[in-house]
Design a protein around this ligand. Structure first.
Ligand SMILES: CC(C)(COP(=O)(O)OP(=O)(O)OC[C@H]1O[C@@H](n2cnc3c(N)ncnc32)[C@H](O)[C@@H]1OP(=O)(O)O)[C@@H](O)C(=O)NCCC(=O)NCCS
Length: 326
């Protein structure tokens, strides 16, 4: 990156950081711009200083990675940095430049592609531009801050569940039940346009679960009725959640990876009881914030998560295939 652009990134990041903090105190300082698949997109401003920058990151997700189940195989992500307080017009201009950049990239013509912008959920100023360019709000990263009244270690409450349901930590012997519930969650989530079922999905899910259940300290809870698994929660403690920790300024951050309750059992308190098990452990360990992804259009998840103390932090705006960006 030439020094003029590096200088501009530093200046713009400073303004963006101030703006983000005013909008949402849970947002992090903007990270330095990643290396993109082409030269940075530049919006010219006053006195030769850029008014905004954007980098397009192209990831080709390998077929043997479980990550490919969670979205398109070819992902183009715009990382925007816009100076100024009102970013509506600059967002529009930057998205137009990005559309033209993508139109010139051959890979964007495939069907298994996506174009994504991850936008602070509380920053409403750019939303009309995102919509106008054909992007849809698909996924939310929601955050729950550790309550203030849990200073220091406190006794962990005994697992409580809905009537007749017991909750316990899962171990290697539970592999079949955990895989079954996880695959049902993926199939359920597919209704909302996020995950894509791949030939390798069942095998990769099983592999991941086998490894995680073999750990001495598991973060997987099962809810059971009469010996049958009816609910599943999988968490990642801070030492496994580093991949998402940079999305908030609070630290340490944990991640809630999987949550599923059997359809017949929903609405009876099982989901809340599972979440309580995770929160009790995280709060007692002093974990500052817990993050999770949920589909914006899943009618069950937003009301449930907001009842459990989460709120939107980032929204992923997506066009799929990427050629749908206009
Ligand atoms: C989301 C899900 C895990 C919730 O589990 P659940 O066992 O039905 O939830 P609970 O019965 O424990 O409900 C806990 C609270 O949330 C509320 N709630 C749950 N679902 C709700 C909904 N769809 N609308 C409004 N409130 C809801 C309950 O009323 C309850 O509130 P209360 O504390 O005032 O009584 C379950 O619906 C599910 O498995 N859905 C399919 C998979 C999914 O969406 N997973 C989340 C992906 S991110």
């Amino acid at each position: 990156m030439p020094w003029v652009v590096r200088d501009a990134v530093r200046d713009i990041n400073r303004t963006v950081g101030r703006r983000w903090q005013a909008i949402d105190p849970l947002l992090p300082d903007p990270a330095s711009l990643p290396t993109g698949c082409g030269a940075p997109l530049v919006l010219s401003g006053d006195h030769g200083r850029p008014a905004g920058l954007g980098v397009c990151v192209h990831q080709r997700i390998p077929a043997d990675s479980l990550n490919q189940t969670w979205g398109a195989a070819d992902r183009f992500t715009l990382v925007p940095r816009l100076a100024g307080q009102d970013v509506a017009a600059p967002t529009d201009l930057l998205l137009s430049q990005w559309r033209d950049h993508l139109a010139a990239a051959g890979a964007v013509r495939g069907l298994d592609t996506s174009a994504t912008v991850v936008w602070p959920s509380l920053d409403i100023t750019g939303i009309r531009a995102l919509l106008r360019h054909g992007l849809q709000p698909l996924t939310v990263v929601a955050a729950r801050v550790r309550p203030h009244d849990t200073n220091g270690p406190r006794p962990r409450s005994a697992p409580r569940g809905a009537h007749g349901v017991t909750i316990r930590l899962a171990g290697p012997a539970d592999e079949e039940q955990v895989v079954d519930l996880e695959l049902r969650l993926i199939r359920y989530d597919m209704h909302f346009g996020g995950p894509v079922w791949r030939a390798a999905t069942p095998g990769l899910v099983r592999e991941e679960i086998r490894v995680s259940l073999a750990r001495p300290q598991t973060w997987t809870w099962l809810a059971e009725r009469a010996g049958r698994a009816v609910g599943l929660l999988v968490g990642q403690p801070p030492h496994e959640a580093g991949w998402i920790a940079g999305m908030t300024c609070l630290s340490p951050a944990a991640y809630l990876q999987t949550m599923f309750v059997d359809q017949q059992e929903r609405g009876t308190g099982i989901g809340a009881a599972l979440v309580r098990c995770l929160h009790d452990r995280l709060d007692a360990d002093g974990v500052a914030v817990t993050l999770l992804h949920h589909s914006q259009v899943n009618p069950l998840s937003a009301p449930f998560w907001y009842r459990m103390g989460y709120r939107p932090l980032w929204t992923s705006w997506e066009a799929r295939p990427a050629s749908a960006l206009r």
